[in-house]
Each structure stands twice: as C-alpha cells, then as structure tokens.
Design a protein. Structure first.
Length: 438
C-alpha cells in the first residue's frame, strides 16, 4: 500500500489530523499479548483504497523553528513516502518555517497536498488563498477539530496516490516477503536464495515506492521475493527513519502470500518481531519464523530444542507457525525455506470438506462443558461453514455469539487444525447469531 507522511512545522495540528484520517480504522498493531500498540502510524481507507499514514509529529517532537532537525526529517519523509500531506496553521498563515518546509517539498518529485488546518470558521479563510503562494496546486482548508472538509482533503490525496500493480499469485508465483528488524540478515538471505538457483533471475517492478522484487525458481516452484532490506543501506539510522522502514515492512507483508520473519538467533522474540508477526496474522498471511545466524550458536547443547521452547513461550499466539534454523552466511538450513513456503502457501488455500466439518460439529458438541452466559444460558451451535480461504475462514451459527469465550474459541480452533494441515496459516473464526433454535 502507498505511504503518506504528514509533515509541517510544530504545533500546526499534524497529530490531530492524523487521528482524524485513521479514525475510520483501528491502528495497525493489534492488541495481541506482548505487542505494544504504536501510535505513530496507522492504516486508513477511503473510497475503497487503503494506505498507510505516518504521524511525523509524534516522531519529531517539538522543535521551535525550522531547524536542522526538521530539515533532515522532511528529507526523510520525501525519500520514503509516496505522497506528502503538508499541514500549516490557518490562524497564523504562512510562516518562514512553512516556507522552509515547502522549499524542500518543491524540489522533490513527490505529490503534495497542503492542508490549512484550524479553519474552524470563515474568519481566517484568506489564509487558504495565501497558502497557494507555497507553490502547490492542491490546497484544502480543513478543521481537524470539527472534521471540516476532511472528505475533500482525502479526495485530493487519493487522486495523487500511485496505483498499486495488480498481481496474480498463480502467474507470478508465490509472493514471499523477507521481513524483520534491522541487521538480522535479510539481504544475505535474499542473496543466498537468488544465488542458489540456476534459472533466469530477473527484476520485477513492484509498486512505485516498493523495493524491486526478484523472480526466481526454487525447487521447481516460481517465487516472487519481496525484499525490504534495501531500505536500510545507510550507516546510522535515527528513530524517524526507523518508522518509515517499519511501515515499509508492513507494506511488504501486505503484498505477500507468505512472510519469512527473520529473527536473530541470539536475540529472538523482540517487541519489533512481535509487532511484525501480529501484522502478518492480522492480514491473514502465511508465516514462517526463521532463526538466522544459527552458526553463531554452534557448540551449545541442543540449541534447537531450547530455542523452539523459548519462541513458543514468548509468542504463544504463533504456535502454528513453522520454525526454521538458518545461516545465510554459510547456507545451512536455507534449502528448507522453499518447500516450507510451498506447504504454507497451499495450507493457506486449504478447504475442509463438508463431511469433515460435520464431524467437527459432532466433536465440538461433545465438548464436556459448552460455555454459558452469566444467567445460565448455554451455547447452542446450529451449523458451520467455511466461507473463504487465504486465510481459511469459518463461520459458526449459534444462538448467542456473546456466550462464546476465548477458551472455547481456542478449543474450536484446535479442532479445526486437527482436521486439516493448516501449518503456517492463521485461521479466522466468526460467530453469527441465528433467529431460530433447534
């Protein structure tokens, strides 16, 4: 998905506008246990298009003027984003600091929309006209506080976002993203995968700001490798660029069928690892956990068993994800990635036959103690169906969805996984009420 950065000098209402724009949807990172919610980025949807929004106000903090810090920050936004939303204060009008930001934006080729914020009444309407002096065609007077002209602003922004390429998973092969925090070996693994195959390797154009993908054939199957490692080829990274890189990682997951989440074998299960994993689950993508730099742990007693136990304990919401141990440096374990990815890809498309679902119904109804409400109303399950794949999605029709508790849903999820091999794929379960009982 495209990325929009909200830029501007301090105290113009960037964060307020950010909250209004993403207010239509929940934040990217779910409330999965052990995953910290981050308020600096979010996902927005408008007229059927989705895009990420980065709240640069929360990244930068408060600078008093157009300082070197603001300048560096705006340059990063220009480089890393597809479009920029420049916010100015409609009460103050155009200031020298605004002109400094606009000067940097004009030198770029990125589309820009100027939002003249705090236009709560018509008293300062002249400042909307004055904003055209900044040199941008698209200017909208808005009020983040009262949501004034927010729809017009989003329409202007949407018209400037790049169209995402339509891809056919079967035609392009399995779309495999290589994601993870910095310095875990993403580039090394990509080079190892590409270098180990003998067929023609060709670049494939991604969306406008996405990294260049690579088409390869591994173990007789075609893959489209989506790499995010190239985003971090600089030396020292400051915190603001970390957020752009992280959002790019999320965008890479969105474009993939299966995500390889690389973790450092010496320091796995960090908060960043959990955030990325939670996004993979939220988007319903296939997931493989890859413990890289395994060569650095040689000599320890049964490190694989110890590490597997640690991951299952630290990431209990990923018990279904396969774990591979690799060394991109010497190639150990890398040969297992292709077949594992194929298995996960196919599991994510798997359907349970109707007769098997009927057996599941009998097993679930035989559960020793079906949940009940505080008033003693017992849960009744009428029937269930598989409503979709990628990921496998199931709908259970019951007398009262509010009775279903987490323990019972986990039991049903376990029974579904016992019926078919869903290794590497999340499952979605919905509970729907039914008017009649039987």
């Amino acid at each position: 998905m495209p990325i929009v950065a909200i830029v501007g000098r301090p105290n113009v209402g960037k964060s307020s506008l950010f909250n209004r724009i993403i207010g239509r949807r929940e934040a990217i990172v779910d409330d999965t246990p052990g995953v910290t919610r981050d308020r600096l980025y979010g996902e927005a949807e408008w007229r059927g298009r989705s895009f990420y929004v980065v709240d640069t106000g929360g990244i930068l903090g408060e600078e008093s003027a157009f300082s070197a810090g603001i300048e560096a920050h705006v340059k990063e936004a220009i480089e890393e984003c597809d479009a920029l939303l420049m916010v100015i204060d409609g009460h103050a009008g155009v200031t020298p600091a605004d002109e400094g930001v606009a000067h940097l934006l004009r030198r770029s080729r990125k589309p820009v929309v100027v939002a003249v914020n705090k236009m709560d009444d018509l008293k300062h309407e002249v400042h909307v006209t004055d904003a055209y002096a900044l040199g941008f065609e698209h200017v909208v007077g808005v009020s983040a506080l009262h949501k004034r002209n927010l729809e017009d602003l989003l329409d202007e922004l949407l018209a400037l976002l790049p169209e995402e390429a339509e891809t056919d998973g079967d035609e392009d092969g399995i779309r495999l993203s290589i994601v993870g925090r910095p310095n875990v070996g993403k580039s090394s693994l990509l080079n190892r995968l590409v270098g180990s195959e003998r067929s023609l390797v060709s670049p494939v154009a991604g969306t406008t700001r996405d990294p260049v993908d690579t088409s390869v054939e591994l173990d007789g199957r075609r893959f489209r490798l989506i790499d995010t490692a190239g985003l971090r080829k600089r030396g020292r990274m400051d915190s603001s660029l970390e957020y752009y890189s992280f959002v790019r990682t999320l965008a890479a997951v969105d474009r993939s069928d299966v995500a390889l989440l690389l973790m450092d074998a010496a320091t796995p299960c960090t908060d960043s690892d959990k955030k990325i994993a939670a996004h993979v689950v939220e988007k319903g993508k296939g997931l493989i956990l890859v413990l890289n730099k395994w060569d650095l742990l040689s000599g320890r007693d049964r490190p694989g068993d110890t590490m597997t136990k640690r991951i299952r304990e630290d990431m209990p919401f990923l018990t279904w994800a396969p774990i591979l141990f690799t060394s991109a440096l010497n190639g150990r374990g890398v040969q297992k990635i292709a077949q594992t990815a194929v298995n996960v890809f196919e599991n994510r498309r798997r359907r349970i036959p109707t007769n098997a679902l009927n057996r599941l119904m009998r097993d679930v109804l035989a559960f020793d103690r079906l949940p009940s409400s505080k008033r003693g109303k017992a849960l009744k399950i009428y029937y269930c169906l598989q409503s979709g794949v990628e990921p496998p999605t199931f709908v259970f029709f019951v007398n009262d969805p509010g009775i279903v508790d987490t323990s019972f849903e986990n039991h049903v999820r376990k029974e579904l996984r016992a019926l078919e091999d869903y290794t590497g794929s999340p499952l979605r379960i919905f509970w729907r009420g039914k008017d009649h009982e039987k």
